[in-house]
Each structure stands twice: as structure tokens, then as C-alpha cells.
Design a protein around this ligand. Structure first.
Ligand code: 9WO
Length: 258
């Protein structure tokens, strides 16, 4: 997969993506990240990329032409079709389902804005979709682009050392189509002043351990993100696990109506 990043700070995104799973995925040739700077496509002595907004108000707006020439250059650099994704709080929410869809594409162009944003005519003419990583304002799209790159790169076949681990993570969907939060994790020592490890994890009984983890995942999802669970759609076994969890924890049966 090829990912082009259009940004006034392309090296910033490349730097974040040089480590860990994404760095390894690049070394293995599973993803190639290319940075592009619209300033290189700006004209005049000052190489301006921004101007004051029509209608007044604070801040600056990114000019159409340097961005357009830069985007056209990214397109010309590779024959594979590419969709242009603009990272903005006005975009559709990024979900794991969306990440899976993006990860299956041959090419992505991630467009990062700075200042107050990009001239809307450039967005209308060149952007295929707008994505948001959450309801907060950053100082630019670069960190959001790094989030997209990380989420997408780790799904490339061969990116993770244990091919199972991607499937087990929070928000990865199980065979029943249900997305649950992750269960808690523990490592040595067994006894610590902060507490002891749940005995079931030391039992060596893999069926019991799997059951406990499933129960913890169901319970925390129910308590923390009830909107992720449609109780009616749970299997009988899962309903029983959840009921036992709630009985044991003394939690309110329905966090939506406490
Ligand atoms: C600034 C602002 C200030 C007050 C009210 C609303 C506001 N929106 C913005 C804004 O969109 N600024 C952007 C800065 C311009 C485009 C790039 N920037 C950006 C991208 N900030 N935050 C993101 C972003 C991208 C994806 N997901 C979450 C946030």
C-alpha cells in the first residue's frame, strides 16, 4: 500500500511513522509513505501557501493553487488510482470498519490542513472524503493523518508479528460481528502491593481463561460503552456471562437507565 501525505510538515508525519509496527511495516515493504509539501508548489519569492479569509475574521486560509498542484503531482507519481482524504473535525467519524476499508485500498492521499483550514473550492474539487478522528480541534491535520496511517498499516498482512493479535484487539469484530472493548491484562509479579493477578489467569485452564476474558470484555463494554452492545443480539452464553459479571460487580443492570 502507498500512502502520500500532503502537509506543510510532511517530515513530522514521516517521523511519527518511522517507529514500531508502522516502521517495521515500511521496512518489510508492506506500506510506503511519501511526504509532499505544498510550499514546493507555491510561486513567488515568498512561496505563499496561505491568505487572509474573505469575510474577515482571525487566522489564515490555505490557498487553492499550491495545494492543487501538489495534489496533482502526487497523483502523477503513481498510476494506481488514489482517493484524497482530508483530515478535519468536519469529517465523518473514523471507525475500525472505516480503517478496514481504507486498509484494503492500493493507495491513499492524506491531506493535512493548517491555519483555519483550506479554501472550500479546493475541498469540493479535489477531496473524495473528509474524515475526523474525534470531536476536538488540533492545530493541524498531521496528528490525525498519523493516526490513520498507524491504524491502516497494522492491518496490512504481515505487519503484526502474531497475526492473531489484530483480531483480538478492541474494536476488531469477532465472528458474530460484535465489537467489544478489550479485557484487562496482567503480567508478573503475581503478588504486588497494587494487588494480585486474578487466579483464573494462572490456572492453565485455557477454556476457563477464554471464558473469563470474554466475560470481562462484555462487562467493561456494557459499563463503559453501552451503545456498542445490543443486548438482544447477544448469544445466550454471552448474556449469561454478562449477567454473572453484573451480579458480581454490583453494577447497575442498565447503564443507559441508571
Ligand atoms: C478550528 C476551529 C476553531 C473554532 C471552532 C471550530 C474550528 N475548527 C477549526 C479547524 O477545523 N481547524 C483546522 C486545523 C483546519 C484544518 C486542520 N486542522 C485540524 C484538523 N484541526 N483538527 C483537525 C482534526 C482532524 C481530524 N480529526 C480531528 C481533528
Amino acid at each position: 500500500m502507498r500512502i502520500d501525505v500532503v502537509s506543510l510538515f510532511p517530515e513530522f508525519v514521516a517521523q511519527i511513522s518511522a517507529h514500531g509496527v508502522v516502521g517495521r511495516a515500511q521496512e518489510r515493504g508492506l506500506v510506503a509513505i511519501h511526504g509532499w509539501n505544498p510550499r514546493d508548489y507555491a510561486s513567488g519569492n515568498y512561496r505563499r501557501v496561505d491568505e487572509r479569509p474573505f469575510g474577515g475574521g482571525p487566522g489564515m486560509v490555505m490557498l487553492i493553487d499550491p495545494l492543487r498542484d501538489c495534489l496533482h503531482a502526487t497523483r502523477a507519481a503513481d498510476p494506481a488510482a488514489s482517493s484524497v482524504v482530508y483530515l478535519t473535525p468536519q469529517g465523518a467519524p473514523l471507525t475500525q470498519a472505516k480503517v478496514r476499508e481504507l486498509a484494503g485500498r492500493e493507495r491513499l492521499v492524506l491531506l493535512c490542513g493548517r491555519y483555519e483550514g483550506i479554501d472550500e473550492r479546493l475541498v469540493a474539487a479535489e477531496v473524495d472524503e473528509e474524515l475526523s478522528i474525534g470531536d476536538y480541534v488540533l492545530s493541524g491535520g498531521e496528528l490525525a493523518a498519523a493516526v490513520v496511517i498507524d491504524a491502516v498499516a497494522r492491518l496490512q498482512p504481515g505487519a503484526l508479528s502474531d497475526s492473531e493479535s489484530a483480531v483480538q484487539d478492541s474494536f476488531e469484530t469477532g465472528p458474530d460481528g460484535l465489537a467489544l472493548l478489550d479485557c484487562p491484562h496482567f503480567t508478573r509479579p503475581v503478588e504486588h502491593t497494587l494487588g494480585t493477578v486474578p487466579p483464573v489467569l494462572l490456572s492453565g485452564n485455557h477454556a476457563e481463561i477464554a471464558r473469563w476474558r470474554r466475560q470481562q470484555a462484555l462487562g467493561r463494554t456494557w459499563l463503559r460503552r453501552p451503545e456498542l452492545i445490543d443486548r438482544e443480539r447477544l448469544s445466550r452464553a454471552d448474556q449469561a456471562l454478562l449477567d454473572a459479571f453484573l451480579a458480581e460487580s454490583g453494577a447497575t443492570p442498565d447503564p443507559r437507565n441508571p
